[in-house]
Design a protein around this ligand. Structure first.
Ligand SMILES: C[S@@+](CC[C@H](N)C(=O)[O-])C[C@H]1O[C@@H](n2cnc3c(N)ncnc32)[C@H](O)[C@@H]1O
Length: 408
């Protein structure tokens, strides 16, 4: 084997996981031996090199991500830029060819590991390009990455984007540091754009906050639920944020839409979003600025019923007093939600975290249903789709999990 290869033994569990398609190596005593200056790591299994990884010594937990599990690793390291450029083209082309982005001005052009571009997500937002780096590895290639990305977008998609449309957000620290996206143009600190998703306009704010005002990873899910929205006369949108599900309901002519969020600021943005869409009936919508639990109690007292109840909580939240996680909250909230369902009503519940697997989520929900004797059963399963692909054997990549609960 070529001596210059930065080859290291990895933990037997890492070997097993990598072979099963899990593309991360988490910090352990083996990764502690990786030299911090090695950009690439060749992982060995009983002396035999079997995977080429990109190395991220600065990341707290994810120390290396799979780049290739076959081929001539020495040549691949040498030709890394060419391969990177090819992978960018493949990823962008896939969106164009499969027509998975129909009727949307917001979509992912690159979705990390599942697009063989580990630790980087790229969103197209009505002419703006938001690049989110989840790994510090990319710091050494940022300029090259942007050049190749812009060239590819301009060639493959029927749009013209420039450096001034590019926004970079560093997310390797998770949400703990809450870094905003930064424009490549040093004279621009933020920009508002109007983004159309399934015929509805939303205000998206780049450079203002950690999240931009519209969750693009939910778009494919919204689309898959269009029949449920068509038949719903009333919709309760819990944890509504800026109202994408509420506006989607109004677009489907739902006559009674209620949005609940703890944040008045987000509800203001929701109402602004409604005002952007003249054809939507603002009188059919009501905002409630309070905690989900309080709203559920209030709506039950008012004897309100809904055909669709949506719950998309943050992975951990506070009702103003105590911090709890989303899964724990379902213990209290699910029985209350069930009370508000109309006769053929459906509950759409989500869990948005890479720390809990789909199996655990389903098991917990089934457990709550049984424990409280709720007249519900699990129906359709919802998750990332279309422009947001995921890999089998990599639960962290399919972080967004949803269940439709129907009457039993
Ligand atoms: C993940 S976002 C929901 C995204 C939304 N479903 C969408 O697709 O655009 C979570 C929202 O929950 C709100 N929130 C957090 N804790 C809350 C609570 N206890 N009660 C109500 N809303 C809460 C936050 O302000 C945030 O807007």
């Amino acid at each position: 084997m070529n001596k210059i290869l930065p080859a290291y033994d990895v933990h037997p569990i890492s070997v097993k996981m990598l072979r099963k398609g899990h593309p991360w190596i988490i910090k352990d005593k083996f990764t502690d031996k990786f030299h911090p200056r090695d950009r690439f790591i060749v992982a060995k299994d009983r002396r035999r090199p079997f995977a080429l990884l990109i190395h991220d010594p600065r990341h707290k937990d994810v120390k290396a991500r799979l780049w290739a599990d076959k081929g001539d690793f020495a040549a691949m390291i040498k030709n890394f830029r060419t391969e990177l450029s090819q992978r960018i083209q493949k990823s962008v082309l896939k969106r164009k060819q499969k027509e998975i982005i129909k009727d949307r001005e917001n979509f992912y052009l690159i979705f990390g590991e599942a697009d063989q571009l580990p630790g980087v997500h790229v969103q197209y937002l009505a002419g703006e390009i938001l690049i989110q780096f989840y790994s510090y590895f990319w710091d050494s290639y940022t300029d090259y990455f942007i050049d190749q990305l812009l060239k590819t977008i301009n060639k493959v998609m029927d749009v013209e984007v420039f450096k001034g449309n590019v926004w970079i957000q560093h997310r390797a620290d998770g949400s703990s540091k809450q870094q905003k996206a930064k424009s490549l143009d040093p004279n621009i600190s933020f920009r508002n754009v109007e983004v159309k998703e399934f015929g509805v306009k939303y205000k998206v704010e780049l450079g203002k906050a950690y999240d931009c005002g519209l969750y693009t990873d939910m778009a494919a899910i919204r689309s898959s639920l269009s029949k449920d929205f068509e038949s719903a006369k009333s919709v309760l949108n819990l944890y509504s944020y800026t109202g994408a599900f509420s506006l989607y309901a109004l677009k489907h002519n739902t006559k009674n839409v209620v949005s609940v969020d703890l944040s008045e600021k987000y509800l203001e943005q929701l109402e602004h979003n409604i005002s952007l869409n003249e054809e939507l009936e603002a009188k059919n919508h009501k905002s409630m600025a309070m905690s989900t639990l309080d709203s559920l109690k209030q709506l039950a007292q008012e004897k309100k019923k809904f055909d669709l109840v949506i719950s998309d909580p943050p992975s951990s939240s506070s009702d103003g007093n105590k911090r709890t996680n989303a899964l724990q909250n379902y213990e209290k909230e699910l029985p209350q939600m069930a009370k508000l369902l109309s006769e053929n009503g459906k509950l759409l519940i989500f869990l948005n975290t890479r720390r809990v697997t789909r199996n655990k989520f389903e098991a917990k929900i089934t457990d709550i249903i049984q424990k409280h004797n709720l007249p519900l059963k699990v129906g359709k399963k919802l998750g990332l789709a279309d422009d947001c692909p995921f890999l089998k054997g990599f639960p962290e990549g399919s972080y967004l999990k949803g269940l439709v609960l129907v009457h039993d």
